[in-house]
Design a protein around this ligand. Structure first.
Ligand code: ATP
Ligand code: MG
Length: 557
């Protein structure tokens, strides 16, 4: 794959225009914000958005605010706020002292609503939710509100009484007076405040009226001095309302909203609601289950910040919806780990290999490279003895097809050690192979026979005398169906029942005895594995397969 080149996207083109001489933000510092709603953990889709927000600020030497969008009073939780902060820091971004809550602006937002009323640009409406639907009109008929011409003083008095808690939920709304005939339904006198007698996680019972997102968000952006409010495409039709709000309330500044396509990934779902359901129904072990597309799940799976940032940069920023293959995300991880992961040996499905002509009780050491891709990674010592473990599928009692590994009479190279020749095997009463027997060639130290004869295969092994036991967790797609997120589909029915396979009694080389998260390794011939950050300990090692070695991603021509 090509190296990441500077990513020129349409957002940057707009910004260049805006900050150039004569542009609307000429001479100003580029200022963006990332506004997650703290009602769940961040997933890879949010990650795209936050990399655009923080990354754009970084590129222009600007600033990016982190703002918890807690305008909506329900379901927010400090657990999520902390997790969101941790994830953003992990990716390598920082908001410095610019951490805000949308709810901190409630008092100001309220004042702007009164301002609109006073300007004759908002009114208290008493259509019931049912009537509201009935009166909203269609493309050829304008909406109707019998309360549109309510006198300013009356609306103001009612709005104050709404705030004072005199009315039950939905009894009144405050609507912006814009255009009941607009072809854009968001402009048909949208509701900007509603009554909800619900406590707020930070404001407590102070409020029983809450601003709608479309009113609160542009105000929050404007008050923070945001120049570019970058958001996903579903807000495109809301942009005229965004602009209307910042033009009609007396905010000091008018940010520009620019929309980009949401990220979709195949074989997974990117919706907090659906992810929460997986957690709550126990379909996964938690938000950080290594199969989850959440940042904490990907982190526990062994994803690195670099691989994720690379992924987001390479998928690019566009206006057209993009569904990216999970294979591509894996490809980006493999590429990073190939450069950084220490190579070690581990055996997933062990069978004993006894080197019958090697002296009992003797131990020999070999010095091997930690990472052929990285000269600075150094060397490590591995030990060899008569008693080894190898993968059971590296042995066949009778060779079938193009099998060039161990079978009676054949020679293989034990990675980094000696060439051995298979002489037979031992079986239990029911015919299972319990031990493979071989003889080593003392003249092949390091893996090459002194007489230059060819040895076709190399297999990995560990020394049974000093290795450690480990549990290995193999993951595959959480969903069988490539598009479980499609509307109308029962995504639960699309789950892959075999997305987690647990192997116990695996054998890992002695160097891994004290391995601790977040260490990642290449288990030679098997894949990249990381130490599980929750369940692993020196007494019970647990490794997660981050990604296999085989790359199934094929770049489109
Ligand atoms: P979800 O449906 O998963 O709850 P959301 O959009 O409601 O997503 P927010 O917390 O409001 O979640 O999102 C914060 C920011 O992340 C928003 O600016 C939103 O546009 C963006 N975002 C969310 N999902 C994606 C996605 N799949 N691709 C790109 N951006 C996204
Ligand atoms: Mg949202």
């Amino acid at each position: 794959m090509a190296e990441v080149t500077e990513n020129k996207n349409f957002i940057h083109a707009f910004i260049d225009e805006d900050i150039a001489e004569g542009g609307q933000f000429a001479g100003m510092t580029v200022h963006t914000r990332f506004p997650p709603e703290p009602n769940g953990y961040l997933h890879i889709g949010h990650c795209k958005a936050l990399i655009i927000d923080f990354g754009t600020a970084e590129k222009y030497g600007g600033m990016c605010n982190l703002r918890m969008d807690d305008t909506n009073p329900a379901k927010e939780d400090t657990e999520y706020v902390e997790a969101i902060q941790e994830d953003i820091h992990w990716l390598g971004f920082d908001w410095a002292d610019r951490f805000f809550y949308g709810s901190d602006y409630f008092e100001k937002t309220y004042a702007f609503a009164e301002e609109l009323i006073q300007k004759g640009l908002a009114y208290v409406c008493e259509l019931t939710p049912e009537q509201f639907k009935e009166y909203r009109g269609d493309l050829t008929h304008p909406a109707v509100s019998p309360y549109r011409d309510r006198p300013v003083e009356e609306s103001l008095a009612l709005f104050r009484r709404m705030r004072a808690g005199e009315f039950e939920d939905n009894r009144y709304t405050l609507r912006a007076k814009i255009d009941l005939a607009s072809g854009n339904f968001n402009m048909r006198d949208p509701v900007i405040y509603r009554i909800r007698h619900v406590g707020h996680h930070r404001q407590g019972d102070k409020w029983c009226i809450y601003p709608m997102y479309d009113f609160a968000h542009p105000i929050q952006d404007a008050l923070e001095g945001i120049t570019h409010s970058l958001c996903s495409l579903e807000f495109e039709n809301h942009r005229p309302l965004y602009n209307w709000v910042v033009e009609h309330v007396s905010v000091p500044h008018h940010p520009r909203q620019i929309e980009f396509a949401r990220l979709g990934i195949d074989h997974t779902v990117l919706s907090k609601r659906k992810l929460r359901q997986l957690v709550e129904e126990g379909r996964v072990s938690g938000w950080d289950d290594p199969r989850m597309p959440t940042l904490c799940g990907l982190r526990r799976r062994g994803y690195t910040p670099k691989s994720i940032r690379n992924f987001c940069e390479r998928i690019g920023v566009a206006k057209s919806p993009n569904v990216v293959e999970f294979d591509f995300l894996e490809h980006c991880l493999r590429e990073d780990l190939n450069e950084t992961a220490t190579r070690v040996m581990a055996v997933q499905q062990p069978v004993r290999l006894t080197v019958t002509n090697y002296p009992e009780g003797q131990t020999e050491t070999f010095v091997v490279e930690n990472n052929p891709m990285d000269e600075t990674a150094g060397m490590r010592t591995i030990t060899f003895s008569k008693n080894l473990w190898i993968e059971s599928d590296d042995f066949m009692e009778e060779k079938v097809g193009k099998f060039f590994r161990l079978f009676p009479g054949n020679e293989v190279r034990l990675k980094g050690a000696y060439v051995v020749k298979c002489t037979g095997c031992v079986k239990d009463a029911v015919g299972n192979v319990t031990e493979v027997l071989c003889e080593y060639d003392p003249e092949s130290k390091g893996g090459n026979p002194a007489d230059g004869r060819k040895v076709k295969s190399t297999i990995h092994w560990v020394n049974a005398d000093d290795c450690a036991d480990a549990e290995i967790r193999l993951y595959s797609n959480l969903f069988d169906d490539p598009d479980p997120d499609a509307s109308g589909k029962d995504f639960i029915a699309c789950l892959n029942p075999n997305s987690l396979e647990i192997l116990t009694g695996c054998k890992v080389e002695a160097a891994l005895k004290n391995a601790a998260a977040p260490a990642s390794f290449q288990f030679m011939r098997l894949g990249y594995f990381c130490v599980d950050s929750k369940d692993s300990s020196p007494e019970h090692l647990v490794f997660n397969r981050s990604v296999s070695l085989k790359d199934s991603f094929k770049p489109k021509k």
